[in-house]
Design a protein around this ligand. Structure first.
Ligand code: SAM
Ligand code: SF4
Ligand code: SF4
Length: 356
């Protein structure tokens, strides 16, 4: 707690002096992924080339530990992702390291390898957020580029999280293939009853390869889905919808996320090779990359390209970009709703226990 307060103090001081500095870290542990999602840069089909590149360029275990320890004093929380982070053999060792240095984390995963992790250990300190865009096999397989057997494996693995009592949530990307299940509530019922998961976050897909794949739903469908999710959240606590209403309202009213200026700098995003791309994937170029092994965080934050974020609002629907651009007060609704639903959850559980 003291650590987090210190970070918040120095972050606020930096902001008062007009300086950019991070609050959260993202560690993209590997550039390899075993899935083929058409919406994602890691979904490339040549997995052999991807693996060769990852083996050559991804940071090694000790380098990642060094990076994590270097970043930890500057942030309050971390996101562990990739590529697919669970394809690294040393994944538990790296998560254990984060725990040992007192930096909390959320592991974002496609769920395919969860059965290979020590879930009993993970239950004592980690949060796992599995990406499940659809609860229907056909749509899931289309969005993730995988076979029906992989769909079954992922669902089984999410049930394992429940069995081992791991803190868990689901991340869902809305595309043109999975609109209906939110409108009919089939998705929410399945997540709650079949997967025993009680928190979900939504993002509309960002078409990062618009000339190759257009996955975003049309304007009208976007609006209908966002409204259905918001209506569900207003009348149900379970699963808890972590997506702020404002994001959903933007989708209903404008068909895109609205903000004046992006603020990706609130997250220090370390790529698999140890570089920080300033400010984001869209402006990636050799001169906009800085190695976090060779440079201090202060040096990275003095990079001129961060200025792009002061005027950019090019991302249409990435919820992470939208979140970062907001004043925290504007998205307080999600936190307050979360708190209320947590209190209700404990109240009901206690009543249930007493009844026995
Ligand atoms: C890049 S993935 C890495 C972690 C892991 N492989 C997974 O799929 O959860 C991190 C998150 O980004 C989401 N994502 C990937 N491409 C996206 C896109 N074009 N628009 C919105 N979200 C996207 C994924 O669904 C996932 O929840
Ligand atoms: S599983 Fe994750 S990293 Fe892999 S292609 Fe899909 S979204 Fe990208
Ligand atoms: S809004 Fe602009 S700067 Fe921010 S992530 Fe998107 S393209 Fe990059």
């Amino acid at each position: 707690m003291l650590r987090e307060l210190k970070v918040l103090g120095s972050y606020s001081l930096n902001r008062l002096q007009g300086r950019k500095s991070p609050l959260v870290a993202t560690f993209a542990l590997t550039s390899y992924c075993n899935f083929y999602c058409p919406m994602c840069i890691f979904g490339a089909s040549d997995k052999e080339a991807q693996m060769t590149n990852a083996l050559e360029n991804d940071l090694k275990t000790e380098q990642w530990k060094y990076v994590m320890s270097k970043v930890a004093p500057h942030v309050i929380w971390s996101i562990v992702e990739g590529g697919e982070p669970t394809t690294r053999r040393d994944i538990m060792e790296l998560l254990r390291h984060l725990h040992s240095i007192g930096l909390g984390f959320t592991l974002i995963t496609n769920g395919s390898m969860l059965h290979t992790l020590d879930l009993k250990e993970l239950a004592s300190y980690g949060v796992v957020c599995t990406s499940i865009d659809s609860v229907k096999e056909e749509a899931y397989c289309k969005i993730r580029g995988v076979s029906p057997s992989m769909y079954k494996r992922v669902m089984e693995n999410v049930r394992l999280l429940s069995k081992y009592n791991v803190k868990r949530a689901i991340n869902t990307v809305i595309t043109k293939y999975n609109c209906d299940e939110f409108i009919t509530h089939e998705y929410f019922d399945f997540v709650r009853k079949e997967l025993d998961v009680h928190a979900v976050n939504f993002s509309f897909v960002e078409d990062v390869f618009p000339s190759k794949y257009r996955l975003a739903p049309d304007r009208e469908s976007k609006s209908r889905v966002a409204k259905a999710i918001m209506d569900y959240a207003k009348s149900h606590d379970d699963p808890f919808i972590a997506t702020p209403f404002r994001y959903l309202k933007d989708m209903i009213e404008y068909g895109r996320a609205m903000y004046d200026a992006c603020a990706t700098w609130k997250v220090i995003f370390v790529q698999a090779d140890g570089s920080v791309i300033v400010p984001c994937y869209r402006f990636d170029s050799p001169e906009n990359r800085m190695s976090i092994i060779e440079h201090s965080i202060d040096e990275i934050y003095r990079h001129r390209a961060w200025e792009i974020t002061d005027r950019c609002n090019e991302c249409d629907s990435f919820s992470c970009v939208w979140y970062l651009a907001q004043n925290p007060l504007n998205i307080a609704d999600a936190y307050i709703r979360g708190l209320i639903s947590l209190i209700k959850y404990f109240a009901t559980t206690r009543i249930g226990l007493n009844a026995k």
